[in-house]
Ligand binder design. Sequence first.
Ligand code: 18C
Length: 259
Amino acid sequence: GDEEDDIFFDPEGEVVEQKVTHEHSEALNQRIKEHLALLDHSDPDANGWEQITEDGEMKVYRKELVQDGLICDPLKAVHSVGLVTAKEMCHYFWFPDVRRDWEETVDVFDVLETLDEATTINYQTHKQVWPAAQRDCLYLSSMVKVDNPPSVGDKIPHDTWIVCNFSVDHPEANPVSGCVRALIEVALICQTFITLPKDGGPITRDCLQCDIIYVANVNPGGWAPASVLRSIYKREYPKFLNRFTNYVQQKTKDLKLLF
Ligand code: 18C
């Protein structure tokens, strides 16, 4: 389609420009803007986030939220891992070809459309959890470099990337029968921090620290027992973050740094 610029202001008041290249560009830009506001919260317990678990550097928070009788608890995790860049983390989270390498909760996975080099529309079904019906979701997934992130105090990131997944409709969806459609709003925000070698040598993987914020708002779309659902949350999100970050560290350990 026609390219035009959509200009908006980030929370610091700086102008951020995002290209409008496809029919979901404006929705995408709006969500990116909202997710990036999370970088402003230096206190992770701010705004009613309740910590539900932690594991090393990883902390997982939720807010209890029930909508129309359905449990829709927003989830937020913060993590920090060495040896990888923000772009590498986001690449492996976004790139459809490697989805099955790290995503354990998915059965069917199809790319329905490629909107640009870093944006796809995906359909997937998730493993069924007794006694609830199986879930599927249909979502746009896009990976974007963030040029002017809101600042997080005195730490200056080398670079910032985000992957944004959110539910959309698509005419070519061929849903698996019996599935209940879950609605998702997910973001993975990654920032690379570099400690330069004291001897002036080259930057190696040991110089890298990648800070991560992961947020997920999932509406289960239909009945699911509260206790089962909340225990799935508590178990599956930390499991995903550990598995995924280990996966990216393994995949990249012998590769050139990707910024
Ligand atoms: O972000 C992640 N993955 C991305 C790529 O797949 C994408 C996916 C988001 C998750 C959408 C969840 C939709 C419903 C899931 C159904 C439950 C499956 C659980 C299977 C357990 C064996 O952004 C990484 C996501 C990793 C965490 C997934 C767990 C999500 C739990 C949400 C539960 C809400 C649905 C209720 C289902 C019924 C349960 C009784």
